[in-house]
Ligand binder design. Structure first.
Ligand SMILES: NC(=O)c1ccc[n+]([C@@H]2O[C@H](COP(=O)([O-])OP(=O)(O)OC[C@H]3O[C@@H](n4cnc5c(N)ncnc54)[C@H](OP(=O)(O)O)[C@@H]3O)[C@@H](O)[C@H]2O)c1
Length: 296
């Protein structure tokens, strides 16, 4: 399949979509970035990097039809924390409907979880509902299922920002091997998938960059920053109220799941992830780059 290097990105002002937009722009792709607010700082930054920023709302079919004009490839990312569990399904399906009408040749879907329908985690299940819907429509798509972002441990914007070193250890334990992935690597994987559609259409890929316990993560942060990361020992009940109980539910489920898979199984997924992102960062390399000016 010969490629015209044009891609439409939903969630382009967010973590996954923003990093994917930057990676594809670096590779010479023409990026059309969708946002509800083209006047935002993040939208301006994307425009400065060369993206065509367009106004669109995943809840509004008319606006979606306009942004699809002539675009054959798209990245579809929704977020349950801002759109709600039902909103995420509704938006994912609407993007899929419009994509099908527009005759897209490749959709990459930003998913989460393991692909197992029995986790009981609403936002994991949402994504399976959207994936099943896209399958039913006959869309040519690839699924990316990232591990928890390494950025959860460093960025204040995340809902559990209050809790990486205070609340998470209560849920995960300090010594539970946990998978992580750098947002940069999700972006590289997405770009590689778009550049190799024959290889990736119809496939689902789990993305793990490293497996580290919270104790190991804390030691890495302490060594690189020269001080221990701040611990805010928030009571779980209060965290639940502030962040919503789905976070607590998810991290608790992860403990059982990780015990079932075991360290070897988790490391096997890191190895498999190299097929789509050969330059995967481990936690230490990621943090060193972050502290030395970050990612371009
Ligand atoms: N955090 C993790 O560790 C992790 C791990 C694995 C998977 N995930 C999954 O990753 C996804 C979240 O990705 P993210 O962190 O990249 O999201 P994010 O940073 O919260 O970005 C959300 C994006 O969605 C856009 N958006 C929201 N509502 C919209 C609407 N109605 N119409 C158009 N655009 C809309 C926002 O754009 P504007 O505001 O500019 O319109 C923004 O660009 C979730 O599905 C989550 O389950 C997260």
């Amino acid at each position: 399949m010969s490629l015209n290097k044009q891609v439409l990105i939903f969630g382009a002002t967010g973590n996954i979509g923003g990093a994917a937009a930057r990676e594809l722009l670096k590779r010479g792709w023409q990026v059309r970035a969708v946002t509800r607010n083209p006047e935002s700082e993040k939208a301006f930054t994307l425009a400065e990097l060369g993206a065509e920023v367009v106004q669109g709302d995943m809840d509004d079919r008319d606006s979606l039809e306009k942004v699809f004009d002539c675009m054959a490839r798209l990245l579809s990312v929704q977020n349950w924390t801002s759109s709600g569990v039902e909103g995420e399904i509704r938006q994912g399906k609407l993007v899929a409907d419009v994509a099908q009408s527009a005759g897209v040749t490749h959709l990459v879907y930003g998913s989460a979880g393991t692909g197992d329908p029995h986790t009981g985690i609403p936002h994991f299940n949402n994504k399976l509902v959207v994936e099943a819907y896209m399958r039913k429509l006959g869309l040519p798509f690839s699924v990316v299922r990232p591990a928890p972002f390494m950025e959860l441990l460093s960025e204040k914007e995340f809902c559990p920002a209050l809790g990486p070193w205070g609340v998470k250890p209560k849920l995960l334990g300090w010594d539970t091997p946990t998978p992580w992935v750098a947002v940069r690597d999700i972006a590289i994987a997405i770009a590689n998938i778009f550049e190799n559609p024959d290889r990736w259409i119809g496939r689902e890929v789990e993305l793990f960059g490293d497996v580290k316990t919270l104790a190991e993560c804390r030691a890495i942060f302490t060594a690189i920053d020269g001080k221990k990361p701040l611990r805010l020992p928030l009571p779980l009940g209060l965290f639940n109220k502030m962040a919503g109980d789905e976070f607590v539910m998810m991290w608790r489920w992860m403990v059982d799941w990780m015990a079932e898979i075991g360290l070897e199984g988790l490391m096997e997924t890191v190895d498999n992830s190299r097929e789509v992102c050969p330059e995967l960062l481990d936690m230490e390399s990621w943090l060193k780059i972050k502290r030395n000016g970050g990612f371009a």
